[in-house]
Design a protein around this ligand. Structure first.
Ligand SMILES: *Cc1c(COP(=O)(O)O)cnc(C)c1O
Length: 379
């Protein structure tokens, strides 16, 4: 029977999970209860008013208004994820063959969304190994190149606020200023920032913010994202079907119509509170990086780190894989024996992980575990 093959998952209960995809999407006990009570198909639609975003029972409409205030934006739509939010903007603002500009640390889904929209992508390069820093001024250079090459300005500029490889944080305000000088709309991809740190779209000058509920807003039970829009773009992005006038076009009427929306709502009070402790998260992450550097496990990306996600490089850990009986899977097993999961099985030389939401005690334990592995197996 197929259900027997689905292992019960106990990573959140039994281990310290440092998988960067998962640390910010970990649900709270209240969230889990809410998810379970809305687990059946379409149960969020009991009191449907014609579209999910205007539902008052549960209070989706009020929630979305609160999110707009929280993000310093004017209108917010639910999407199935950050990628769907990006695609909605691309679809609304571009035609095939148009040009857009993105940073080279972008997530693959930015590129795939652009491909689906049929637009040409121009990359703002980073400074490469080992920092992979994106210099905001280079946006002006690439925008100029697009104008020279194609005869017109790009239709949209996108910045990955914090990228998912190195956890580099880019000064979004500077990129926004450049975009506004040229009159190009600016989409901030906040998949790894909003829900973790304070984001104020007005202050930044973002026209659109794309966020990921299951990545950074403690939501689960499915996929969920947010698209927040500045007022002047409302009529371009929040358009409606001509035939079904209540249905927003870019999210095909309703988007995440299930327990993931409930999860996002249930976690929101916790998220609003937790962004106040972002400094502590960065402090924890920096503390661990310092300990790991002493062992020869070195952070790649901008230093000192400004995020809980970090990419490291380690010859020390790689050399152990050449003598350990579990080969390159040893790190996974050695960490698991010490109560830690979340580094991709098989990786030893380069890998990433996240300390988001960990206590000081857990950070100490992480530092101890790596030290213990290096001392026991290294030479
Ligand atoms: C994870 C991630 C995404 C994708 O988020 P989804 O909500 O799963 O679509 C997009 N951009 C960045 C930078 C990410 O890290």
């Amino acid at each position: 029977m197929i259900t027997k093959e689905i292992e019960l998952r106990d990573w959140e209960e039994e281990y310290i999970n440092i998988n960067p995809l998962q640390t910010g999407g970990r649900t709270y006990p209240d969230t889990r209860k809410a998810i379970v009570s809305y687990i059946d198909g379409y149960s969020i639609c009991d009191w449907c008013k014609g579209a999910l975003g205007i539902t008052d029972r549960p209070p989706v409409r009020e929630f979305l208004d609160d999110v707009s205030k929280f993000l310093g934006m004017d209108y917010t739509m639910l999407t199935n994820g950050c990628r769907e939010a990006k695609f909605a903007v691309l679809h609304a603002l571009t035609k095939p063959e148009d040009a857009i500009v993105v940073d080279s640390n972008r997530h693959y889904s930015t590129y795939v969304a652009a491909e689906r929209a049929g637009v040409k992508v121009y990359d703002v390069p980073s400074n490469g190994y080992p920092e992979y820093r994106i210099n905001p001024d280079n946006y002006a250079v690439v925008i100029g190149n697009v104008k020279k090459e194609t005869g017109s300005l790009p239709k949209l500029v996108l910045l990955t606020h914090v990228d998912g490889n190195y956890g580099n944080l880019v000064d979004a305000e500077k990129v926004a200023r450049i975009c506004h000088e040229y009159g190009i709309p600016f989409l901030l991809n906040a998949a790894y920032s909003s829900g973790r740190m304070h984001i104020n779209g007005k202050k930044i000058g973002a026209d659109f913010i794309a966020a990921s509920g299951h990545k950074s807003w403690a939501a689960g039970g499915g996929n969920i994202g947010l698209l927040s829009v500045a007022g002047q773009w409302k009529d371009k992005i929040i358009t409606y079907s001509r035939k079904y006038e209540i249905k927003p076009l870019e999210i095909i009427g309703c988007s995440s119509r299930g327990s993931a929306t409930i999860a996002l709502m249930a976690s929101f009070p916790y998220v609003k509170e937790r962004v106040n402790h972002w400094n502590k998260e960065v402090e924890n992450s920096r503390g661990l990086m310092k300990e790991l550097e002493c062992l020869g496990i070195n952070q790649i990306g901008v230093k000192p780190t400004e995020h809980d996600l970090n990419f490291v490089e380690s010859e020390v850990l790689f050399r152990i894989s050449e003598i350990h009986k579990k080969k390159h899977f040893y790190l996974y097993y050695e960490l698991k024996d010490r109560g830690i999961v979340g580094i991709k099985p098989g990786l030893t030389r380069n890998f990433k992980f996240s300390t988001y939401g960990k206590t000081e005690e857990q950070i100490k334990h992480l530092a101890w575990a790596f030290k213990d592995i290096v001392e026991k197996h290294g030479n």
